[in-house]
Design a binder for this molecule. Structure first.
Ligand code: URA
Length: 230
C-alpha cells in the first residue's frame, strides 16, 4: 500500500495532516525517515510516527527445502506427511508454497509468507524458468524438442503451454525449462508422446538453485541475494 494511504487509513489522520507529517519528516519506515507519499508499505515494514509505533511489521520469511519423495505439497493432509512437517513448528506459521510439486517429485521447493514475491516467482507473465531433470520410461525422440517449443494444448484449461526448452541428456533423460506451473505439467507434456515420467526433480526456479548441501528433507533460509533475484 502507498505510504500516504496507509497513514490516512489510521484513525484521526486526514490527508492534509498526512502530507504535512511526511513533509516534516516525522515518519520512519524500518528506522529510515521516508517523506515520499508514494513509498510502498507492506505488512513486513515497521512504521513509526515520531515516538509512536504505527505498525510493528512482521518478519518476511523465505525458505528453500529439498523436497523428498513421498510427501505432499500442501500445508495439511489427513493421510500423508506434508512439506510443512519437515520444518520446525516455530517456522511453519503463515508459510505458503511457491510452486507445488507432485507427491513423488523431488527437488527445490520454496516456502514464504510473502505473497507478492511468490506471485512474481510463479506467474507465467514474469517468465522465470523452472528447470527440471526428467527421467522417462521410453526413449525421448529428437522430434520432442520442436513440440516442447511449439506448446501443448491442454484441453482442461483451454490453453497452449508457453514455449519450453527441452535438452535431451540421454536416451531417457532430459532437462526441461518451463515458465508455467500447470497441474502435472511436465507429466502431461510427456504424456502427449505416451511416454511416462518415472523420475522428476526440480533443480531451480529462476536464478534460485537447489543448494547441493541440502539432503532430501533439509531446508535453509534464502540469502538476501537469492530473494532479490525475483
Ligand atoms: N510437473 C509435473 O508433472 N509434476 C511436478 O511435480 C512438477 C511439474
Amino acid at each position: 500500500m502507498r505510504l500516504d494511504r496507509f497513514l490516512a487509513s489510521l484513525p484521526s489522520h486526514n490527508r492534509q495532516q498526512v502530507r504535512l507529517m511526511l513533509a516534516q519528516r516525522r515518519v520512519r519506515v524500518d528506522g529510515q525517515v521516508v517523506s515520499d507519499p508514494l513509498a510502498e508499505v507492506r505488512e513486513f515494514n515497521r512504521v513509526e510516527l515520531d515516538d509512536q509505533l504505527l505498525q510493528a511489521g512482521r518478519p518476511a520469511r523465505y525458505l528453500m527445502l529439498h523436497k523428498p519423495t513421498g510427501c505432499v505439497s500442501a500445508t495439511q493432509d489427513p493421510q500423508h506427511r506434508t512439506v510443512l512437517d519437515l520444518l520446525p513448528a516455530a517456522l511453519r506459521e503463515d508459510l505458503h508454497i511457491a510452486g507445488r510439486l507432485d507427491f513423488n517429485t523431488t527437488g527445490l521447493m520454496i516456502l514464504t509468507n510473502d505473497g507478492q514475491w511468490s506471485r512474481r516467482l510463479t506467474q507465467p507473465a514474469t517468465k522465470l524458468p523452472k528447470h527440471y531433470l526428467v527421467e522417462t520410461e521410453d526413449e525421448i525422440g529428437e522430434h520432442y524438442v520442436a513440440k516442447f517449443l511449439e506448446g501443448f494444448y491442454f484441453a482442461f484449461e483451454g490453453l497452449t503451454t508457453l514455449p519450453a526448452q527441452l535438452d535431451i541428456l540421454g536416451p531417457r533423460q532430459a532437462r526441461l525449462a518451463i515458465v508455467e506451473g500447470r497441474y502435472h505439467q511436465v507429466k502431461r507434456m510427456f504424456g502427449h508422446f505416451d511416454n511416462k515420467v518415472v523420475g522428476l526433480h526440480r533443480e531451480s526456479m529462476g536464478a534460485i538453485r537447489l543448494d547441493p548441501r541440502l539432503a532430501p528433507g533439509e531446508f535453509r533460509e534464502l540469502t538476501a541475494e537469492e530473494v532479490a533475484t525475483v
